[in-house]
Design a protein around this ligand. Structure first.
Ligand SMILES: *Cc1c(COP(=O)(O)O)cnc(C)c1O
Length: 390
């Protein structure tokens, strides 16, 4: 099946839909049995989509995990109520006291915070590594290293990681590779073709795609799936059926949305390159993004999210810039149809291994589905306010 056909067809098994186009929203905690044999069978096959109890899943969430598996080429997918729950759930399922984990220095900030506040408390040793380290990661692998956590591109600073090289080093030493693949989406980066063992998504972003629900997923190979389910289940993660419905609906238009986000963002990134205020643009499809060559080799597309660094600037100037925007709203998150803007102060404070020596602030944009001409005019006025307050 070609990709477009797959996107339109997956997660629509008649077991779930009963003939409707979309799998309905099943609100269910209890799922009842007709016979004792049915009950025993459901309990014995818990990870295979049998209906037993709402926390384990219901037809709506099973349809979504089937769809995620089909998109990513995974053997199994466990769903979580948010992206961060997927990250913590995946990691906690595979570490114990005394283990060591390697985490990319440019990782999503709440992942770093989880490592500091939860993993360290559990007695798991954490090392942050340079995201551009590539095969040299082998020098950081210890006897007790259990997981290498990658995120490519990194959050905010957008370094692209050499995941195949990292995976080779990891697998030589029996270490698991977990990837936060939210930026790549299941369409633009195929984790299991590049040596990743666990692909994690904040479905909250492009999968849901309309800024109206939260969702996380972890897809993996057969050999790890049962353990992932068992351990994550112990922590009580369960996904709400309404949100699963919205994620399934989001998947249907994921590819067409991404194409438009990609086109709009590239236009804006190229315009930003011509601005005298801009030091450089960190868009994976541009040469000025660290790891651009790897993006070209491993990814099949980009999207609406990227950053740029200003030559100079202070909080008064960036505040004037941000507070007068018409289309770029100030807000966390990304991946919806709308444009967003954020300024990051003190990137240095979020790194422990790599340096960040730029004088000017970093600004992150999520370019939405608005007309790029309106967005460029909005940014042009923003630079005017910035300059007036510099
Ligand atoms: C937003 C985000 C997350 C967390 O997802 P939530 O659903 O907000 O918990 C994780 N990783 C990346 C890269 C993100 O952008």
């Amino acid at each position: 099946m070609k990709e477009d056909t797959k996107i339109a067809s997956i997660g629509r098994d008649k077991r779930y839909t009963h003939g409707a186009i979309n799998t309905p929203v099943y609100h269910a905690s209890t799922l009842t049995f007709d016979t004792v044999r049915d009950m025993k069978n459901a309990t014995a096959n818990r990870h295979k989509g049998t209906l037993s109890y709402g926390r384990r899943g219901n037809p709506t969430t099973y349809a979504l995990s089937d769809a995620m598996c089909a998109l990513e080429g995974a053997d199994g997918c466990f769903l979580y109520p948010s992206g961060l729950a997927a990250i913590s759930g995946a990691i906690l399922s595979f570490v114990k006291t005394g283990d060591h984990i390697l985490i990319a220095d440019g990782v999503y900030e709440p992942t770093r915070s989880f490592a500091h506040k939860i993993l360290k408390k559990m007695g798991v040793q954490v090392t942050f590594y340079d995201p551009l380290i590539g095969a040299n990661i082998k020098n950081l692998i210890q006897e007790n290293t259990r997981i290498i956590f990658v995120e490519s591109p990194c959050s905010v600073t957008m370094e692209i990681q050499d995941i195949p090289a990292i995976a080779v080093s990891a697998h030589e030493r029996g270490v698991l590779v977990m990837m936060d693949n939210t930026w790549g989406t299941p369409l633009h980066f195929k984790p299991f073709d590049h040596g990743v063992d666990f692909s994690i998504h904040a479905g909250t972003k492009y999968i849901v795609g309309h800024s109206d629900a939260m969702m996380g997923s972890v897809s993996t190979r057969k050999e790890y799936y049962n353990e992932l389910c068992d351990m994550s289940y112990q922590m009580g993660y369960a996904m709400a059926p309404d949100d699963a419905y919205l994620a399934l609906r989001g998947i249907r238009t994921l590819k067409v949305r991404l194409k438009q986000h990609e086109k709009n963002a590239l236009k804006i990134a190229q315009w930003l390159e011509t601005r005298p205020e801009v030091d450089h643009v960190r868009h994976p499809a541009l040469k000025t993004c660290p790891g651009h060559e790897i993006w070209k080799r491993d990814f099949t597309g980009s999207n609406g999210l990227f950053s740029f660094v200003l030559k100079e600037g202070h909080e008064t100037a960036t505040t004037a810039m941000m507070e007068g925007m018409s289309h770029f709203k100030m807000g966390f998150s990304w991946g919806g149809y709308e444009s967003l803007i954020l300024t990051y102060y003190g990137i240095k404070n979020y790194r422990t291994t790599t340096e960040w020596n730029y004088k000017g602030p970093l600004i992150r944009l999520h370019v939405g589905l608005e007309d790029p001409e309106d967005l460029i005019a909005d940014l042009d006025r923003a630079f005017q306010r910035f300059n007036d307050n510099l």
